[in-house]
Design a protein around this ligand. Structure first.
Ligand code: BGC
Length: 773
């Protein structure tokens, strides 16, 4: 169904102009509503950021509508019901148009692309009256436009707002007409227009400062949390033309000044030029910043804490998971992971939110997808992002390294595979095959790209490797062989394809991918694994990939697991992994019954470890293990974000094993969950809850001496497999009695002795002498 009638045409204010830091444009039309409308649906789309106004008010509090897409192929459509704001008689519909991700070069220096150098929009308002008649107000040649107070706007560089240029009541029915010019009715882009698939970006929290400090004439405000968003400031007793300059940083330098080097070419500065009043309020709307600290210059009176707040922005997804345990540092880690997700879930899963990058890197996205789906309901968000993956897919089937595809780089191992891994994970968490169906053709094309590229099932080396591994002299120089990485991911993608094909009833394709996976596995074993279970490269990541993706022959799993532990011990119980190895560490260690080592790594406080940044004050996940060290201070400046979620992928294991709630691979959507809490690491309690499509699971465990007590809820309509840390059934009591035989399950695992299948209900399990890890 067409989302717009023929009456709506695309409007712009000027011809193509790729320059950054242009003014935003205000558009408007006046119209008469002949009676009270029973419904009034406003729909718009745009290449750029478009904000609708009606009768002097913004239509919503949403930011950056209609959102980010590969504008060369697609734009989203937003829809609002606005009958409450309409008046019988004269009305005025206004639209503000800014560059967003479209109108100015976006991307790192030398690689930036302006997807739509001529920003434009189309809008249609359909009023339905009581008698069923419909009146349409649409963007057309009769509209007028002009510039206003937003004299510069850019996501990377910030906004300049000259309040003296404010257009009084510009979207009011009786607004003055001076200075308004005709619009350009421009050619409609030949792209897809789709309704937006996920909730828009909104302010989800406003935070007050924890400290204000005046240094010379500038105020440094500390919000106590590294976050992403905009800033709201209230100014008092201002003079016309007085200039307030706002700068943002994630860290401070040793002398207390903002650390700005890691922003690279992002100017990240907002400027407010006062009109002069007893009180003025400013909050930039066409930019966002990654910051904990703000520097405010140009005030004439002392700043008060209540004058400023940090407004947190991200796609307004529903929080679904909660996790906590007895260790405050691990709880802080969980908080940092969640903040990393909030900060980087802004219209695409981005690598970072602060420097001249903020791109939807696919490798980062795939390592974090499971963690993300525990924390928030991400189904719509990833469905939207997969549109960009498909739109950026190369003719030969390679998926892009960043989506939307700004860079034009494709097909790197662990990055392109996101095109398979993300739909699979989303299906696992939410149970709906929609995302799989939408992407099936594209996934098939990617697999044939991999098949063609392989040489006897071995993938050639690709660029990133185990990105940012500890000690690598350059980010892409990890010691894990790149052919091994590519081939391991090839096998993994083939396995997930087989599973998805089977679920869709595509049996022939399922068999094809199973066979393919087997052949890759044999080639992997022949080329990369010795008879003693050593894996080529002999790095932590080599073992992790081989074990995680089931590429090690059964008889050698123990040897490979032991060697993995030896590699960790050789570093005095520290990890040495990068983006691809790190998420696999704890899942693999607990899979080979070395939960003790998993906990040892998790609780490691010295460099490199998850807790090292936390011991040094981190409130979000850092990009590099050495983003900052006591020894060397700030890490390499060309790439050093303090809000990169990739290493937060440990969150998946925190939910699965420390909280103890996980999806069952054969029952997507938690119809049957896996409850497998793993006591260890000296923790006395753990647990949490997870809202799923079938209801809320709750888990709460504690350790008292040798006793393990586990209280949990399986929601109505679901069941759960329990894998318990017990050696014998006689150790276990279910609700105060021995476990009825009907609940006991055989396991094929060497490591799990006691497994139950329980229907919905509220239970308590007690294990007299639990198996410590
Ligand atoms: C990004 C990473 C990304 C990488 C790959 C970096 O600039 O920040 O997260 O995956 O490039 O090259």
């Amino acid at each position: 169904m067409a989302l717009f009638s023929d009456q709506a045409c695309w409007l712009s204010s000027s011809p193509s102009n790729v320059a950054a830091l242009k003014a935003a444009t205000y558009f408007r039309t006046k119209f008469v509503a002949r009676a009270k409308a029973v419904s009034a649906v406003l729909r718009f789309s745009g290449l750029g950021v478009v904000e609708p106004w009606l009768n002097g008010e913004p239509v919503s509090d949403d930011f950056f509508t209609p959102g980010w897409s590969d504008y060369r192929k697609r734009a989203y459509v937003c829809e609002y019901e606005v009958s409450d704001t309409l008046q019988t008689g004269e009305n005025c519909l206004g639209m503000v148009l800014a560059d967003g991700w479209a109108g100015a070069p976006f991307g790192p220096k030398g690689h930036a692309v302006a997807f739509a150098p001529q920003t434009k929009f189309l809008v249609e308002l359909a009023l339905t009256y009581e008698d069923g008649s419909v009146q349409t107000v649409a963007s057309n040649a009769d509209w007028l436009c002009r510039t206003g107070p937003v004299i510069k706007q850019s996501i990377y560089h910030g906004e300049t707002y000259d309040a003296r240029k404010e257009l009084k009541q510009w979207s009011h029915a009786h607004a003055p007409g001076r200075g308004w010019k005709p619009v350009l009715c421009v050619e409609a882009p030949s792209i897809k227009l789709n309704l937006k698939k996920c909730p828009p970006v909104r302010i989800t929290e406003a935070r007050s400062p924890i400290e204000l400090r005046k240094v010379q004439q500038k105020w440094i405000v500390d919000f106590g949390q590294n976050l992403v968003g905009t800033l709201r400031i209230q100014l008092r007793n201002t003079k016309p033309g007085q200039k307030i300059v706002l700068k943002y940083a994630e860290m401070l330098q040793a002398d207390g000044a903002l650390y700005l080097e890691n922003l690279r070419n992002a100017i990240a500065t907002d400027v407010y030029i006062c009109k002069g009043a007893a009180e003025e309020i400013y909050m930039p709307r066409f930019t966002f910043h990654g910051y904990r600290y703000a520097e405010i210059e140009g005030l004439r009176s002392a700043l008060r804490a209540e004058d400023v707040s940090a407004c947190v922005l991200h796609n307004d997804l529903k929080q679904t998971g909660k996790f906590s345990c007895s260790d405050p540092l691990i709880n802080q880690l969980q908080s940092n992971i969640v903040w990393g997700q909030r900060g980087n879930f802004l219209e695409a899963p981005t690598d970072c939110p602060q420097r001249d990058e903020r791109l939807g890197w696919s490798g980062d996205a795939q390592v974090f997808v499971d963690t993300a789906c525990f924390n928030y309901d991400c189904e719509g968000f990833y469905r939207q992002w997969m549109d960009a993956m498909r739109d950026g897919q190369r003719a030969d089937g390679a998926f892009p390294d960043t989506a939307p595809d700004i860079l034009g780089w494709h097909g790197n191992a662990g990055w392109g595979d996101a095109g398979i891994i993300v739909p699979h994970a989303v299906w696992q968490h939410y149970g709906s095959l929609e995302i799989v169906e939408e992407n099936w053709q594209a996934m098939e094309r990617y697999m044939s790209f991999l098949e063609k590229r392989a040489n006897n099932y071995i993938q050639p080396s690709s660029v990133y490797g185990d990105w940012l591994a500890v000690d690598a002299a350059r980010p892409e120089w990890s010691p894990t062989p790149k052919e091994l990485i590519g081939t391991a991911y090839f096998a993994h993608s083939a396995k997930l394809m087989a599973r998805m094909a089977a679920a869709m009833g595509k049996d022939v394709r399922a068999t094809h991918f199973e066979e393919l996976c087997k052949s890759i596995c044999s080639a992997f074993q022949e080329n990369f694994i010795t008879r003693a279970g050593l894996v080529l490269g002999d790095t932590q990541t080599s073992y992790l990939l081989a074990l995680a993706f089931d590429l090690v022959p059964d008889a050698l799993v123990e040897a490979a697991g032991n060697r993995l532990v030896a590699c960790i011990e050789a570093r005095n119980w520290h990890l040495s992994t990068g983006f691809l190895g790190t998420p696999l560490l704890n899942p693999v260690l607990s899979k080979v019954a070395r939960g003790d080592v998993a906990y040892r790594l998790l609780k490691q406080e010295s460099y490199p470890s998850w807790l090292y940044p936390i011991k040094n004050g981190a409130t979000t996940m850092w990009e590099r293990w050495n983003s900052w060290t006591e020894e060397k201070g700030f890490g390499p400046v060309e790439m050093n974000s303090f809000n990169h979620y990739a290493y937060g992928a440990i969150g998946e294991w925190l939910y699965q094993r420390v909280c103890g709630i996980a999806p069952h691979p054969d029952y997507p959507g938690y119809e049957r969950a896996v409850l497998a809490p793993l006591p260890g690491g000296g923790m006395s309690r753990g647990g949490g809850s997870l809202d799923t499509r079938v209801g809320t699971f709750v888990s709460k465990w504690q350790v008292k001496g040798s006793k393990f007590i586990f209280n949990f809820i399986i929601p109505e309509g679901a069941e759960a497999v329990l894998r318990l840390p017990a050696a014998k059934w006689s150790q276990i009591q279910l609700d105060g009695r021995s476990v009825p035989t009907k609940f006991k399950q055989q396991t094929s695992s060497n490591y799990v002795k006691c497994q139950l299948l329980l229907p919905a209900g509220k239970y308590q399990i007690e294990i007299k002498h639990y198996l410590a890890h």
